[in-house]
Design a protein around this ligand. Structure first.
Ligand SMILES: *Cc1c(COP(=O)(O)O)cnc(C)c1O
Length: 407
């Protein structure tokens, strides 16, 4: 029977909240047991009022810092006007987001979606249709190449070409038409391209795999090769883009221009799920009314929030901050003398500490010291604080990391 009222108590302890979550929620994550109740800038506060330096930044979705006041203002203003029209009607914010994205990135067109995975699916659909209608690949025979170690999201099509057994296990059968080549191996890509290849989908730096940088020159060689064979190069910049690596896009480190770039996460500064596919008029021109869509994609609230988030990125020089603070942090971390550490690598404020041991206990020790990090692939800790972090706060965070790794 449907109840006539729902529980309203809001003064629960962390333990009580965790118990409720464990009982009633699906267990598809293994979070640290810190129950965040509010946040500001680079800091989050748990229900008991303890503060922690956020060194994950929601997987780079809060590059602009938690609860940025300018983005909040845009969200509140827009929420009082109109939040959702659906694309059945036009709204007065979407054109302005399109224009901002064009001016900021130089891509001719954009297609807005919500989650990152949806934007990846959108790019794959565009690539397939481009393959058939522009490149002339026979119907239903386009092939898309992907890199080993990739992470592009969690839909069935996407996990179908993951090389991580757990992401796939139990979820088949999968969509055909995808083939994996080793990440960072240009010869393997060369061998894999056939007349039916429509696109190569790749993260310029692999985030979830553990901030894996390809060999120098790889992306430039990939761009050349794709161009030569009329294969679309699709850069998944959902995590690496929008300043995280010290450039607007990670692909800029090799001075290349992919045919398609996918953005999400920090596009709305953590306030709202907003993603987009950026490409040329020819590529996004393959979509005609009815070919593709999303009820929430391009809604005025999303567009207003995304515009404010992009403005913060540019006007607060967060991209330059990422380069500068990232170089400082990388240098300090690389000087740590510890048998626990196998390798420290990164670009901008996106640094991986690869350990010779499980990372989880290190994350828990850091939590005790007021620093929140999350392991990826069991032996890697990612250091990726909001780009608004002050040098003093970063210095303090690095001290805690140094202490835990040297212990
Ligand atoms: C997070 C991520 C995605 C998926 O984004 P969601 O919003 O979680 O669907 C896709 N690609 C990369 C590189 C990511 O880091």
């Amino acid at each position: 029977m449907t109840p006539t009222t729902l529980a309203t108590e809001d003064e629960l302890t962390a333990a009580e909240l965790i118990a409720i979550e464990e009982q009633y929620g699906a267990h598809n994550y293994h979070p640290l047991d810190v129950v965040v109740a509010r946040a500001e800038g680079a800091w989050v506060y748990d229900v008991e009022g303890r503060r922690y330096l956020d060194c994950l930044a929601a997987y780079s979705a809060v590059n602009q810092g938690h609860c940025h006041p300018a983005i909040l203002r845009a969200m509140l203003d827009q929420a009082q006007k109109v939040t959702l029209t659906s694309r059945a009607f036009r709204n007065d914010q979407l054109p302005l987001l399109y224009r901002d994205l064009h001016e900021l990135t130089g891509f001719e067109m954009a297609l807005p979606m919500n989650s990152g995975a949806e934007a990846v699916e959108t790019a794959l659909k565009a690539a397939r249709k481009w393959g058939e209608t522009i490149k002339g690949i026979p119907a239903n025979q386009t092939e898309i190449l992907v890199a080993s170690g990739n992470f592009h999201g969690r839909t069935i099509a996407i996990v179908g070409f993951s090389s991580d057994a757990q992401y796939r296990s139990g979820f088949g059968p999968f969509a055909p038409g995808f083939r994996t080549v080793p990440f960072g191996d240009i010869d393997a890509l060369k061998q894999a391209i056939t007349p039916h290849t429509a696109a190569f989908l790749v993260e310029p730096i692999q985030g979830e795999a553990g901030i894996i940088l390809p060999p120098d020159g790889y992306l430039a060689a990939v761009a050349d090769l794709c161009h030569k064979h009329n294969v679309l190069l699709i850069a998944d910049e959902i995590q690496s883009g929008l300043g995280r690596t010290g450039k607007l896009f990670a692909f800029e480190h090799e001075n290349i221009r992919p045919d398609v770039a996918i953005i999400g996460k920090a596009l709305a500064g953590g306030y709202y799920p907003v993603s987009a596919v950026l490409a040329s008029r020819q590529i996004l021109g393959v979509f005609h009314p009815g070919d593709h869509g999303s009820t929430f994609g391009g809604n005025p609230l999303a567009c207003s929030v995304a515009r404010a988030a992009l403005r913060v990125l540019v006007e607060e020089n967060l991209i330059e901050r990422s380069a500068e603070l990232g170089a400082y942090a990388l240098d300090r971390l690389q000087h740590i003398q510890s048998a626990k550490v196998k390798e420290i690598r990164g670009k901008g404020l996106w640094i991986a500490i690869e350990l010779n041991q499980p990372a989880r206990p290190i994350c828990e020790a850091l939590q005790q010291r007021g620093v929140l990090c999350k392991e990826t692939h069991s032996t890697v800790i990612r250091i990726a604080p909001p780009l608004v972090i002050s040098r003093e706060d970063l210095h303090w965070g690095l001290e805690q990391i140094e202490a835990v790794l040297s212990a």
